[in-house]
Design a protein around this ligand. Sequence first.
Ligand SMILES: [Zn+2]
Length: 130
Amino acid sequence: MHSDSARDVLLWLLAAWPRRGDSVDVAFNGLAQKLDPAFEKSDLANTPSGSFDRVSRELRVGDMAKFVVSEAADPESLSLAVLRRDSSGRWKLVSFKFQCVSCFGSGVLNGEPCDTCGASGWGLQDGQLI
Ligand SMILES: [Zn+2]
């Protein structure tokens, strides 16, 4: 279905998203058709305590669509879903990362680039302050 919206694709993915303890490899194979080539398998380890049942409005930035995802049971824990439209018009998930617990999404910690999330504000990314 080329006409699926970014939200449709995200909701489909969230309905099939792995639960805590599920195999990342099995989940990756099941969801692969709607994952962008740049998607990092480790993002599938960002699992909900219950289910990801809250999705924000869509922010469209060029060919990217961004949503904030959370759980009604745990509204303080936020994740950022980024989807991209490929050359055939299909939306695919590029990344799904939790808000950084060190800098709370700002990318800045004590006036320096946050070295937990790589200063992106989301997920974990190796980096070294020099
Ligand atoms: Zn951070």
